[in-house]
Ligand binder design. Structure first.
Ligand code: HEM
Length: 544
C-alpha cells in the first residue's frame, strides 16, 4: 500500500511537473502568439501611418528589399506619392539606413537654398567618398567647398575656358564620334550608344580637367586602364553605401573583398593623375624659363593651357603657398566624376525617348535643318557641304525645341536620380516633417518628375512642349526641376552640359537616324548615376 501510495504520489508529482511544463509551454506559446499579433497589428498600424510596415529589428528593410527586386526608383516614387511627397524610412537598427525621403519642392527649396548652411553633405557621406574624392568640391562642405566653388566658377565663366571646351568638343564629335557611327553604319553593325557616349564625355571631361585626352573614343573602342579603374572605383565606392560603416571600414583595414579592388583601382587612378600633374609642372616650368628667355628666343611659345589643372596650379592656398599635388588630384578627379557620365546618360535616355516619340524627333530635325538653311541664306543660296557642317555655340543657343526635348528627358530620367544631405540642427520642413539633428535626407529627383502634384496629370508623358512658351524655351524653378540641383550648389557645369548635349544631339540627328534594336531591354541601373542597365543597342542609318 505504502509502495502503491508512494508510486501514486510519485506519479502525481510527475503529472504535476508535466502539467506545469505543459502550462509553461502553452503560456510561452500563447505569449509568442500574443507578441506576434501585437507586432503585426503595430506594423500594420504603422504601415497605415507611414505607408510601409515596420518590423522589429529589421524596420522597413523587407519593403525595401521587395522594392529592390523590381525597379527601386519606381518603388520610391509609389511610396512618395502615397505619402504626399515625404516619408521617413526606418532601416534595421544596426545599419545607417534611417533617413527622410522627400520629393516636395517646398522642402527642396528649404534644404537647397533657404537653410542651405544647415544641410551640408555631412560626415557620413563624405567619409564614404573620401578615398575616391578626397577633399574635392563634390565631397567638401563649408569653407573648403566655398573656396573651390569660387575658383572653379571664375574659371568656368572665363572666355579662354569656354573656347577650350568648345574646341575639345568639336574635335571629339567630328574626328571621333561621327566616324565611329559611320563605321557602324558601313558595316551594318549595331553599337552600344551608351558606351560610345560615355567614352565621348569621359575624354571630354579629362581634356577639361587635366588637359589630357585618354582616347577612350577611338575606332575599335579600346579599354583604357585609367577609365576602367575610375569606373570600377566608383562602383566599389557605391557598395559602401549599403554596407554598415564598421564593416566596410574593417574590410578596408583588412584589405578584403570590394575594399581591395577599390584600393587597386584608386592606385591606378592616382598613378594617372600624378603622372599628368608631374608632366604639367615640368611643362609650366619649361614655359616659365622660355618666357624669361623669350626676348632672345622667339621660337619658344609660352604655355597657354586653360584646363582646370593648369589654372589651379597658378592659384595659391590661404597661406599663399601653391596647392599640393594631392589637392590638385582631388580637384581633377571630382570634375571627372561630375562631368564624365551625367551628360552621356542623359543623351542615352533622350535617344531612347526619341525612338518612342518619332514626332518629337521630326521636330528636332526640322529645327536643326533650319540652322543649315539659315547658313545657306547667308551664303546667298550656296549649298553648304554636309560634311563640313560644324554647329557653332551661337547656333546652339537658337534651338529651343531641342533644349526642351533634352530638359524633358532629364525631367523623366535625371542623371543623378537621388541626392543626399545631413541636417546639422533640429529643423522642421515646410511640409511639417520634423528633422532631428543628424538626420539624413534623401531627395528623389527621379520621383519628382513623376508627381502629378508637380507636373500635372500627364507627368509621365514625354512632352517637350511643356517647356515652351510662344516657341521660346522657358526654364522651370530649380526646386521643381531638380536635375541640376539648386541653390548655391547648383551644378557648375549646367551651361556647358546643355551646350555639349545640344551639340552632340544636333550633330548626330542632322546626319543619322538612330534606331533602337528591337526587344533591347531598357531599365535604369541602381547606381549614383542613372545608367541604362544593359546599355542602348542601336543601329544608325544615314539621312538623305
Ligand atoms: C546632364 C548633365 C549634368 C547633370 C544632370 C548634372 C547634375 C548635377 C547635380 C545633380 C549636381 C549636385 C550633386 C551634389 O551636390 O551631390 C551637380 C554638381 C556639379 N556638377 Fe553637374 N551635372 C551635369 C553635367 C556636369 C558637367 C558636364 C560638369 C563639368 C564639366 C559638371 C560639374 C559639376 C560640379 C563641379 C558640381 C559640384 C557643384 C558643387 O558642389 O558646388 N556637371 N551636377
Amino acid at each position: 500500500m505504502s509502495s502503491a501510495n508512494h508510486t501514486s504520489s510519485v506519479s502525481d508529482a510527475s503529472d504535476l511537473i508535466t502539467a506545469s511544463m505543459y502550462f509553461r509551454e502553452v503560456r510561452a506559446f500563447e505569449l509568442f502568439v500574443a507578441v506576434a499579433i501585437f507586432v503585426t497589428i503595430r506594423s500594420l498600424r504603422k504601415k497605415k501611418h507611414r505607408g510601409l510596415a515596420v518590423w522589429p529589428v529589421v524596420g522597413m528593410l523587407p519593403s525595401l528589399l521587395l522594392g529592390l527586386r523590381h525597379d527601386m526608383y519606381e518603388w520610391i516614387t509609389t511610396v512618395l506619392i502615397k505619402q504626399n511627397g515625404t516619408f521617413k524610412f526606418q532601416g534595421p537598427a544596426f545599419t545607417n539606413l534611417q533617413c527622410v525621403v522627400t520629393a516636395d519642392p517646398r522642402n527642396l527649396e528649404h534644404l537647397l537654398k533657404t537653410n542651405f548652411s544647415s544641410f551640408p553633405k555631412g560626415e557620413y557621406f563624405r567619409s564614404i567618398l573620401r578615398d575616391l574624392l578626397g577633399e574635392g568640391i563634390f565631397n567638401a562642405d563649408d569653407e573648403e567647398w566655398r573656396r573651390q566653388r569660387k575658383a572653379a566658377s571664375t574659371e568656368f565663366h572665363s572666355p579662354a575656358f569656354r573656347a577650350m571646351t568648345v574646341d575639345s568638343l568639336v574635335e571629339l564629335v567630328h574626328a571621333r564620334l561621327l566616324p565611329v557611327l559611320d563605321e557602324s553604319y558601313s558595316k551594318n553593325e549595331s553599337i552600344d550608344l551608351q558606351d560610345v557616349l560615355l567614352r565621348l564625355t569621359f575624354d571630354n571631361v579629362c581634356m577639361i580637367a587635366f588637359g589630357a585626352d585618354p582616347g577612350c573614343l577611338r575606332p575599335g573602342l579600346p579599354e583604357i586602364p585609367f577609365a576602367k579603374a575610375f569606373e570600377d572605383a566608383t562602383t566599389a565606392t557605391v557598395i559602401r553605401f549599403v554596407t554598415p560603416t564598421a564593416i566596410w571600414k574593417a574590410l578596408r583595414f583588412l584589405n578584403l573583398f570590394h575594399e581591395r579592388s577599390l584600393k587597386n583601382c584608386l592606385t591606378a587612378v592616382d598613378d594617372f593623375a600624378y603622372k599628368v600633374i608631374g608632366g604639367r609642372k615640368k611643362e609650366l616650368l619649361a614655359a616659365l624659363d622660355a618666357s624669361k628667355s623669350s626676348a632672345t628666343d622667339e621660337s619658344i611659345i609660352p604655355c597657354s593651357r586653360s584646363d582646370l589643372l593648369t589654372v589651379f596650379m597658378g592659384l595659391k592656398d590661404d597661406q599663399g603657398s601653391a596647392f599640393s599635388d594631392k589637392f590638385l588630384r582631388d580637384i581633377c578627379v571630382n570634375f571627372i566624376l561630375a562631368g564624365r557620365d551625367t551628360s552621356s546618360v542623359a543623351l542615352t535616355w533622350f535617344f531612347w525617348l526619341l525612338s518612342k516619340n518619332p514626332s518629337v524627333e521630326e521636330k528636332i530635325v526640322k529645327e536643326v535643318r533650319g540652322l543649315v538653311k539659315e547658313r545657306e541664306i547667308l551664303r546667298e543660296g550656296k549649298v553648304v557641304d554636309d560634311e563640313k557642317i560644324i554647329f557653332s555655340p551661337e547656333e546652339m543657343k537658337n534651338v529651343p525645341y531641342l533644349q526642351a526635348a533634352l530638359s524633358e528627358a532629364l525631367r523623366l530620367y535625371p542623371s543623378v536620380p537621388v541626392d543626399h544631405k545631413e541636417v546639422t540642427a533640429d529643423q522642421v520642413f515646410p511640409d511639417g516633417t520634423v528633422l532631428k539633428k543628424g538626420t539624413k535626407v534623401i531627395y528623389a529627383m527621379y520621383s519628382m518628375g513623376r508627381m502629378e502634384s508637380i507636373w500635372g496629370e500627364d507627368c509621365r508623358k514625354y512632352k517637350p512642349e511643356r517647356w515652351l512658351k510662344n516657341g521660346r524655351f522657358s526654364s522651370e524653378s530649380a526646386y521643381k526641376f531638380t536635375a541640376f540641383n539648386g541653390g548655391p550648389r547648383l551644378c557648375l557645369g549646367k551651361d556647358f552640359a546643355y551646350y555639349q548635349m545640344k551639340f552632340v544631339a544636333a550633330s548626330i540627328l542632322y546626319r543619322y537616324r538612330v534606331n533602337v534594336v528591337k526587344k533591347h531591354p531598357v531599365s535604369p541601373k541602381l547606381a549614383l548615376t542613372m545608367y541604362m542597365s544593359h546599355g542602348l543597342k542601336v543601329t544608325v542609318e544615314r539621312r538623305n
